[in-house]
Design a protein around this ligand. Structure first.
Ligand SMILES: C[S@@+](CC[C@H](N)C(=O)[O-])C[C@H]1O[C@@H](n2cnc3c(N)ncnc32)[C@H](O)[C@@H]1O
Length: 352
């Protein structure tokens, strides 16, 4: 009998995200630049977790981090999680009636008739009440799947516009994307198999964090070999809280926020430090200084971002040797940072 020593973690497919700036299409390119002998990787701005998941598939120990909690829930369920999947019984629990309607009514109160109609809001709120009955990791998995379902249900997959219900009733739009008219529950049920299949054990104790990146890098509890940095691209839609506020509100179930403007984004927001020109140079300076102890870095960037690539090389150059690799966008991929003719960049950084 053949002794199977090598498990192909790539048989577990990453559920395709719809997330601004996700690097799912650039993984092999990033992978080419991973230094030999890498064992522990930190993805400090992990977003959809596409890069963290790829690193997990490669068998590394992965620490993953994002300052938005809905991204951390994907990290807990697909990076940290080794074995727990949602069963048929869990699905029954999740879609039973609201356990405490007077407490779990936030989505109906804030977003009714903006992104979803009343009956869908009630289902989302009752799901949120029942999710508390699952184990912590299953809770994360259920939240991650529901958050993905919510982005599928709205046009353009984000919440920075108020066209969701208009488009959900427009036959032309529905023809192009039938999810707009499908019940949330049915979208969710379809996704469960995909997410369950993405749960695997790469024989490492991976961990997901929900911190500010500079704080995360400054307070590492173990040595890291490779740091992957994919900060918001300042100059091209860098405010993730504007686009995905509803997912954060659903995950946190905020009781202490104001909800502002037509889209009802929560206020006050978390402080990124990487989404305004006023803050970003100072934030990079602090982050690079704190990261000096990590020998290798790979930094994703774009040639339409602020500061310029020359300034980035100058700032990183204080600490590391830097090599630049480039890829041209031949089609508009979505978002100002990935328009035709612009370049996706990688700064490959090694010890001096
Ligand atoms: C370009 S996206 C990362 C995309 C990710 N690599 C992927 O493939 O999906 C940038 C991420 O940085 C996060 N972010 C912004 N400011 C942050 C901060 N100060 N600390 C940690 N994460 C932050 C955002 O929430 C967003 O998910």
């Amino acid at each position: 009998m053949i002794n199977c020593l090598f498990e192909d973690f790539f048989s577990h497919k990453f559920p395709q995200p719809q997330y601004l700036g996700a690097k799912a299409k650039h993984l092999a390119w990033i992978g080419k630049h991973i230094p030999k002998n890498t064992k522990i990787v930190l993805d400090a701005f992990s977003g959809s977790q596409s890069v963290a998941f790829y690193m997990k598939q490669k068998g590394f120990k992965v620490l993953t981090n994002d300052f938005l909690n809905f991204n951390n829930q994907i990290g807990k369920s697909l990076i940290e999680n080794k074995t727990e999947k949602l069963s048929d019984r869990d699905l029954e629990v999740l879609f039973q009636k609201n356990r405490k309607p007077s407490e779990f009514n936030l989505i109906e109160n804030i977003f009714k008739n903006i992104f979803f109609d009343e009956s869908e809001c009630k289902i989302i709120d009752s799901f949120r009440s029942n999710v508390e009955l699952l184990s912590p990791i299953k809770k994360s998995l259920a939240l991650a799947i529901m958050n993905r379902s919510l982005t599928r249900k709205v046009t353009m997959g984000h919440f920075a516009h108020t066209k969701a219900l208009e488009y959900a009733n427009n036959p032309d739009r529905i023809k192009r994307n039938r999810n707009l008219a499908r019940p949330i529950k049915s979208i969710f049920w379809d996704l469960v198999k995909e997410y369950n299949n993405a749960v695997f054990d790469n024989k490492q104790d991976n961990k997901s964090f929900n911190k500010d990146a500079i704080d995360m890098i400054s307070n590492l509890s173990e040595p890291v070999d490779l740091l992957y940095l994919d900060p918001p691209y300042c100059g091209s839609h860098p405010d993730y809280q504007n686009f995905y506020h509803l997912l954060e509100t659903f995950t946190e179930y905020w009781k202490d926020k104001e909800f502002k403007n037509g889209i009802k984004h929560y206020f006050p927001k978390r402080n990124s430090g990487f989404d305004t020109k006023k803050d970003i140079i100072d934030s990079f300076d602090k982050m690079f200084a704190a990261a000096n102890k990590i020998p290798y870095w790979i930094v994703s960037y774009n040639d339409r971002s602020y500061p310029s690539q020359e300034k980035m090389i100058e700032m990183i150059g204080k600490y590391k040797n830097v090599i630049l690799d480039k890829k041209q966008y031949n089609n508009d991929v979505g978002g100002k940072g990935s328009v035709k003719g612009s370049h996706e960049l990688l700064f490959i950084c090694s010890p001096k």
